[in-house]
Design a protein around this ligand. Sequence first.
Ligand code: HPA
Length: 267
Amino acid sequence: MKEAVTFLKKHGIQALDFGLVLGSGLGELADEIEDAAYFDYHTIPGFPISTVEGHKGRLVYGKLMGKWVLGMQGRFHYYEGYSMEEVTMPIRLMKKLGAHSVILTNAAGGVNEQFKQGELMLISDQINFTGTNPLIGPNYGAGPRFPDMSRAYDQAYQHSLQRIAQKLEIKLQEGTYMGFSGPSYETPAEIRMARLMGADAVGMSTVSETIVANHCGLRIAGISCITNLAAGMQETLNHQEVVETTEKVKAHFKRLIKTFIQEEPHK
Ligand code: HPA
């Protein structure tokens, strides 16, 4: 961690407002960062390396809508074999580089029967169903041993995202994201269970990053792109469809996040 922080500071990351974690197919937002500096993960000391298709595997730093942002094009997933410590390391890194907030995004399967493929969902809460917790082990940093998760996703951010979506006439669903470990997609029975348990969308990321971001005092905004209906609600599932759907919604996705970053008063 220390090496990564020193390296990135030395290479120009001096101020930071928002950390951006860009899910499958959503990495293009980082292409809009002005005067961008790029850091391939494999060139950063102490950084893990991404392997999934559709993930570029680099940090992009610069200004977006007047704010300093550090975007992750590609994140680390537990199913790739990384430890939870590795999965969440970039979140702690963003905090150490001065971020006050993170925007966590993902591709997700729609569990709520009202949701349609290609809609965006504001994450209002989550269910960690990965079977583990990234905070297991010695308590790291200044955060509490038993962090409160009552308001993990920032309430004021939820309100502004809903307001902005309405203003931009972008349909924004809202709900609970349930994180599985993957990499197999869920079975129809698991999706029925997820729905009974209160999930509106399912995916293979985000929940651990949220736990760590909350632990280290970052404000969190979360957006899912509903790339498909969950198992049992449509014929079959595949990663190609996930990427194709993000292609279709990325314009809305980008406008929503950019306006949010622009309007958020924090400097
Ligand atoms: N399940 C889990 N992860 C996903 C899905 C899904 O249906 N769609 C996109 N990521």
